[in-house]
Design a binder for this molecule. Structure first.
Ligand code: FAD
Length: 424
């Protein structure tokens, strides 16, 4: 294979680097408005990450249709985002997919999914949108450099040595989360060279780890409603309530994932202890009453077989084996009042040390990215380089899970694509 490919003589209206959700939306939108668009993607396929989102079902947006209420989920960046989200909101996303033959359904917490429950279907719709609009798509094409020349055009060179010129370039290379999907931070290097400030990314929406082996033995156990408090230096630093999942490494589930950003910040300052309240709806007296009633009905049984009436069996066994309790093999009738109270206390204060996060590999998003003051959000255009557009995970925007990340991609891609398409 020849190493150097020729330089294209075409000057594109728009060259998009990265075929993820934000890049595809931008490319398709600009092309449907008549722009001549080239999309370069380093993977063999478009939307590799998009196709695994939402556990394979793709939480395509969040159906909170009040833009201000929606943006409450972007606490540090809502002022910047009001303009683009007023132009393309979650309502528009749902209309977009329904228009393209993919009906959407709304689940709890207003999370929206395609009715087919298939993330690859979302990728297929986006790829069809891009190709039908006439975008030239080159997969297996990794961009190596991005430069602005003196004529106000951009020169993009690929790793294989081919060069392309364009009046506008959209950097849609994603962040640093789940690098196996292609998001390895290449865009940050291009943008740094062009003078942009890149806030250092940290993994976010990521499971937490612990070295407490009893937690690891519970891998796969889910608790639908727990209270979880994170302590630092003996003081409560963070408090959450919701679903929790034990894993081989520690804890996960929506509540933990959405707290992970704050917990990672705490970990930078020192040790963090998690304390689970398995009965968040009961105070100490109510829980003690529950245990008394349970013991009354099961006097001659072994405690470990009885407690599983209240909590999952694996968890009951793990708790009763904790050195501080060691009650598992005891018969219920021989449990003293003090032991019962200690058990009740443990069920409401189940503590273990948090040692870290699973890192970028298992993160859904990473915070960090382009400093927001350097972006004109009316068009998603760089304030340093007119004609340069910044989309999706490239931006330093923190947000929770629930469809907010993909909506950020649809919005930024659509707004930039519209601006480029209309201002050629
Ligand atoms: C497991 C998982 C599940 C998720 N589930 C959800 C969910 O259900 N709902 C939700 O809202 N969000 C979800 N997210 C987050 C969401 O997927 C991302 O926010 C979104 O994909 C970001 O889109 P993007 O277009 O900015 O970048 P990406 O999707 O990261 O796409 C960037 C593309 O650029 C390409 N690229 C990078 N460098 C180069 C280069 N040098 N040359 C050419 N191409 C390049 C990459 O190969 C990649 O295809 C999930 C993330 C993960 C990891």
């Amino acid at each position: 294979m020849k190493k150097h490919e020729q330089t294209s003589t075409t000057i594109y209206d728009l060259l998009v680097i990265g075929g993820g959700p934000s890049g595809m939306m931008c490319a398709g939108r600009a092309a449907e408005l008549g722009a001549r668009v080239l999309l370069l993607e380093k993977n063999p396929v478009l939307g590799k990450k998009l196709s695994i989102t939402g556990g394979g079902r793709c939480n395509v947006t969040n159906a909170e249709f009040d833009v201000r209420a929606f943006l409450e989920n972007f606490p540090e960046s809502k002022e910047y985002l009001f303009s683009p989200f007023s132009k393309f909101s979650s309502k528009d996303t749902i209309a977009f997919f329904e228009h393209h033959g993919l009906p959407v359904k709304i689940e709890d917490r207003k999370r929206a999914f395609p009715k087919t429950e298939s993330a690859p279907d979302v990728t297929r719709v986006m790829e069809h949108y891009v190709r039908a609009a006439g975008v030239t798509v080159k997969t297996n094409t990794a961009v190596a450099s991005l430069k602005e020349d003196s004529h106000g055009t951009f020169l993009v060179t690929t790793k294989r040595g081919a060069s392309y010129r364009a009046h506008a370039v959209a950097v849609a290379t994603g962040g640093m989360a789940a690098p196996e999907t292609g998001s390895t931070g290449d865009g940050f290097a291009f943008l740094r060279k062009l003078g942009h400030t890149i806030i250092r990314p940290n993994p976010n929406i990521v499971p937490l780890t612990t070295t407490s082996s009893w937690v690891h033995t519970l891998a796969g156990t889910t608790l639908p409603l727990v209270g979880i408090r994170f302590f630092q230096n003996g003081k409560i630093a963070l408090r959450r309530k919701g679903k929790l999942l034990f894993t081989h490494f520690g804890i996960s589930g929506p509540t933990v994932l959405n707290a992970s950003f704050a917990v990672s910040k705490l970990l930078k300052q020192g040790a963090v202890e998690a304390s689970l309240d398995l009965f968040p709806s009961d105070d100490d007296a109510a829980l003690d009453a529950k245990l008394i009633a349970l013991f009354e009905d099961n006097k001659n049984k072994v405690l470990k077989n009885t407690l599983s009436d209240l909590i999952p069996t694996a968890l009951a066994r793990a708790i009763l084996s904790l050195p501080a309790l060691a009650l598992g093999e005891k018969k219920v009738h021989s449990i003293t009042k003090e032991e019962r109270r200690l058990l009740a206390h443990t069920l409401k204060h189940l503590t273990f040390l948090i040692t870290g996060t699973l890192g970028f590999d298992k993160a859904v998003i990473a915070d960090g990215g382009v400093e927001l003051d350097e972006v004109d959000f009316k068009a998603m255009e760089s304030r340093l380089h007119p004609g340069l557009y910044l989309l999706g995970d490239v931006l330093n925007i923190n947000r929770p899970s629930g469809g907010f990340s993909l909506q950020l991609c649809w919005t930024t891609g659509f707004v930039a694509g519209t601006h480029i398409g209309k201002n050629r």
